[in-house]
Write a protein that binds this ligand. Sequence first.
Ligand SMILES: Cc1cc2nc3c(=O)[nH]c(=O)nc-3n(C[C@H](O)[C@H](O)[C@H](O)COP(=O)(O)O)c2cc1C
Length: 161
Amino acid sequence: MGKVLVAYFSVGQETAKTAKMVAGVEHADLFEIVPAVPYKPGDMEWLSKTSRVTVEQKDYFCRPKMAVPLANAADYDTIFFGFPIWMFDVPKIVYTFLESISLSGKTLVPFATSGGSGRRETNNKLKEYFRDKPVKLLPLYELNGMSRQDVFDWHKRLELK
Ligand SMILES: Cc1cc2nc3c(=O)[nH]c(=O)nc-3n(C[C@H](O)[C@H](O)[C@H](O)COP(=O)(O)O)c2cc1C
Protein backbone atom coordinates (compact mmCIF):
# COMPACT_ATOMS: atom_id res chain seq x y z
CA MET A 1 0.00 0.00 0.00
CA GLY A 2 3.06 2.29 0.33
CA LYS A 3 2.97 5.51 2.26
CA VAL A 4 -0.52 6.78 3.05
CA LEU A 5 -1.97 10.27 3.45
CA VAL A 6 -5.37 11.20 4.80
CA ALA A 7 -6.32 14.67 3.51
CA TYR A 8 -9.56 16.25 4.66
CA PHE A 9 -11.70 19.35 4.45
CA SER A 10 -14.08 20.13 7.27
CA VAL A 11 -15.96 23.21 8.44
CA GLY A 12 -18.10 21.85 11.27
CA GLN A 13 -15.44 19.32 12.41
CA GLU A 14 -17.55 16.22 11.70
CA THR A 15 -15.32 15.18 8.80
CA ALA A 16 -12.23 16.18 10.81
CA LYS A 17 -13.22 13.76 13.59
CA THR A 18 -13.68 10.96 11.08
CA ALA A 19 -10.48 11.78 9.18
CA LYS A 20 -8.44 11.56 12.39
CA MET A 21 -9.90 8.12 13.08
CA VAL A 22 -9.13 6.98 9.51
CA ALA A 23 -5.54 8.27 9.83
CA GLY A 24 -5.16 6.28 13.05
CA VAL A 25 -6.46 3.07 11.50
CA GLU A 26 -4.35 3.51 8.34
CA HIS A 27 -1.19 4.67 10.18
CA ALA A 28 -1.30 7.61 7.80
CA ASP A 29 -0.11 11.20 7.83
CA LEU A 30 -2.88 13.77 8.17
CA PHE A 31 -3.30 16.93 6.09
CA GLU A 32 -6.05 19.48 6.53
CA ILE A 33 -7.26 21.33 3.43
CA VAL A 34 -7.56 24.83 4.92
CA PRO A 35 -9.28 27.54 2.88
CA ALA A 36 -7.33 30.80 2.41
CA VAL A 37 -10.60 32.57 3.21
CA PRO A 38 -12.36 30.72 6.06
CA TYR A 39 -16.04 29.83 5.70
CA LYS A 40 -18.18 31.94 8.05
CA PRO A 41 -21.66 30.81 9.16
CA GLY A 42 -23.37 33.14 6.64
CA ASP A 43 -21.30 31.62 3.82
CA MET A 44 -22.82 28.21 4.46
CA GLU A 45 -26.47 28.99 3.71
CA TRP A 46 -27.01 26.57 0.90
CA LEU A 47 -30.70 27.45 0.58
CA SER A 48 -29.75 31.03 -0.36
CA LYS A 49 -29.09 31.62 -4.05
CA THR A 50 -26.43 34.23 -3.29
CA SER A 51 -24.46 32.69 -0.41
CA ARG A 52 -20.80 31.84 -0.91
CA VAL A 53 -21.36 28.07 -1.00
CA THR A 54 -24.18 28.30 -3.53
CA VAL A 55 -22.17 30.58 -5.81
CA GLU A 56 -19.06 28.37 -5.52
CA GLN A 57 -20.83 25.03 -5.88
CA LYS A 58 -22.77 26.15 -8.94
CA ASP A 59 -19.65 27.48 -10.70
CA TYR A 60 -18.04 24.61 -12.64
CA PHE A 61 -14.68 26.38 -12.73
CA CYS A 62 -14.57 27.65 -9.15
CA ARG A 63 -11.45 26.60 -7.25
CA PRO A 64 -11.26 28.36 -3.86
CA LYS A 65 -7.67 28.96 -2.76
CA MET A 66 -6.01 26.87 -0.08
CA ALA A 67 -4.13 28.59 2.75
CA VAL A 68 -1.25 26.10 2.67
CA PRO A 69 -0.30 23.67 -0.10
CA LEU A 70 0.67 20.05 0.47
CA ALA A 71 4.42 20.07 -0.05
CA ASN A 72 5.30 16.36 -0.16
CA ALA A 73 2.56 14.73 -2.25
CA ALA A 74 5.13 12.68 -4.16
CA ASP A 75 5.86 10.73 -0.96
CA TYR A 76 2.42 9.09 -0.97
CA ASP A 77 1.17 6.12 -2.97
CA THR A 78 -2.32 6.16 -1.48
CA ILE A 79 -4.32 9.26 -0.66
CA PHE A 80 -7.55 9.08 1.31
CA PHE A 81 -9.53 12.31 0.99
CA GLY A 82 -12.49 13.22 3.15
CA PHE A 83 -15.07 16.00 2.87
CA PRO A 84 -18.64 16.94 3.81
CA ILE A 85 -21.14 16.44 1.00
CA TRP A 86 -22.19 19.91 -0.12
CA MET A 87 -25.28 20.24 -2.32
CA PHE A 88 -24.90 16.61 -3.45
CA ASP A 89 -21.36 17.37 -4.60
CA VAL A 90 -17.76 17.60 -3.44
CA PRO A 91 -16.81 21.01 -1.98
CA LYS A 92 -14.92 22.88 -4.70
CA ILE A 93 -11.85 23.39 -2.52
CA VAL A 94 -11.34 19.62 -2.56
CA TYR A 95 -10.89 19.89 -6.34
CA THR A 96 -8.41 22.73 -5.69
CA PHE A 97 -6.46 20.26 -3.54
CA LEU A 98 -6.69 17.42 -6.06
CA GLU A 99 -5.44 19.72 -8.83
CA SER A 100 -2.59 21.12 -6.73
CA ILE A 101 -0.64 17.85 -6.73
CA SER A 102 0.39 15.18 -9.21
CA LEU A 103 -1.97 12.23 -8.75
CA SER A 104 -0.63 10.04 -11.52
CA GLY A 105 -0.39 6.38 -10.48
CA LYS A 106 -1.84 6.95 -7.04
CA THR A 107 -4.71 5.12 -5.37
CA LEU A 108 -7.42 7.55 -4.23
CA VAL A 109 -9.87 6.64 -1.48
CA PRO A 110 -12.70 9.16 -1.05
CA PHE A 111 -14.87 9.31 2.06
CA ALA A 112 -17.54 11.75 3.16
CA THR A 113 -19.84 12.79 5.95
CA SER A 114 -23.28 14.14 5.16
CA GLY A 115 -26.70 14.96 6.47
CA GLY A 116 -27.91 11.70 4.96
CA SER A 117 -28.70 12.48 1.33
CA GLY A 118 -26.74 9.44 0.18
CA ARG A 119 -23.48 9.11 -1.66
CA ARG A 120 -24.60 7.90 -5.08
CA GLU A 121 -24.83 11.27 -6.81
CA THR A 122 -21.56 12.48 -5.29
CA ASN A 123 -19.82 9.22 -6.17
CA ASN A 124 -20.98 9.61 -9.79
CA LYS A 125 -19.55 13.15 -9.86
CA LEU A 126 -16.18 11.86 -8.64
CA LYS A 127 -16.18 9.01 -11.16
CA GLU A 128 -16.93 11.48 -13.95
CA TYR A 129 -14.22 13.87 -12.74
CA PHE A 130 -11.57 11.12 -12.70
CA ARG A 131 -12.66 9.47 -15.96
CA ASP A 132 -9.59 9.10 -18.20
CA LYS A 133 -7.22 10.23 -15.42
CA PRO A 134 -4.38 7.82 -14.57
CA VAL A 135 -5.46 7.06 -11.00
CA LYS A 136 -7.13 4.19 -9.23
CA LEU A 137 -10.29 5.68 -7.70
CA LEU A 138 -12.11 3.61 -5.09
CA PRO A 139 -15.86 4.08 -4.48
CA LEU A 140 -16.92 6.92 -2.21
CA TYR A 141 -17.75 5.75 1.28
CA GLU A 142 -19.91 7.56 3.82
CA LEU A 143 -18.58 7.45 7.33
CA ASN A 144 -21.39 9.14 9.23
CA GLY A 145 -21.14 8.38 12.93
CA MET A 146 -18.69 5.53 12.39
CA SER A 147 -16.79 3.90 15.25
CA ARG A 148 -13.13 2.94 15.02
CA GLN A 149 -14.26 -0.67 14.54
CA ASP A 150 -16.45 0.39 11.60
CA VAL A 151 -13.44 2.12 10.04
CA PHE A 152 -11.39 -1.08 10.53
CA ASP A 153 -14.13 -3.11 8.83
CA TRP A 154 -14.19 -0.62 5.92
CA HIS A 155 -10.40 -0.86 5.66
CA LYS A 156 -10.62 -4.66 5.34
CA ARG A 157 -13.04 -4.34 2.42
CA LEU A 158 -10.95 -1.78 0.54
CA GLU A 159 -9.06 -2.97 -2.50
CA LEU A 160 -5.73 -1.50 -1.53
CA LYS A 161 -2.45 -2.65 -3.03
C1 LIG B 1 -23.38 24.18 2.41
C2 LIG B 1 -23.81 22.82 2.87
C3 LIG B 1 -24.39 21.94 1.96
C4 LIG B 1 -24.77 20.65 2.36
N1 LIG B 1 -25.32 19.80 1.44
C5 LIG B 1 -25.66 18.54 1.84
C6 LIG B 1 -26.21 17.60 0.89
O1 LIG B 1 -26.37 17.86 -0.30
N2 LIG B 1 -26.56 16.37 1.36
C7 LIG B 1 -26.38 16.01 2.67
O2 LIG B 1 -26.71 14.89 3.03
N3 LIG B 1 -25.84 16.87 3.57
C8 LIG B 1 -25.49 18.12 3.19
N4 LIG B 1 -24.94 18.97 4.10
C9 LIG B 1 -24.64 18.49 5.48
C10 LIG B 1 -23.15 18.16 5.65
O3 LIG B 1 -22.67 17.30 4.61
C11 LIG B 1 -22.88 17.45 7.00
O4 LIG B 1 -23.40 18.19 8.05
C12 LIG B 1 -21.38 17.19 7.19
O5 LIG B 1 -21.22 16.16 8.13
C13 LIG B 1 -20.64 18.43 7.67
O6 LIG B 1 -19.25 18.12 7.78
P1 LIG B 1 -18.22 19.04 8.57
O7 LIG B 1 -18.70 19.12 10.01
O8 LIG B 1 -16.93 18.30 8.49
O9 LIG B 1 -18.15 20.36 7.88
C14 LIG B 1 -24.58 20.27 3.72
C15 LIG B 1 -24.02 21.16 4.63
C16 LIG B 1 -23.64 22.44 4.22
C17 LIG B 1 -23.04 23.39 5.21
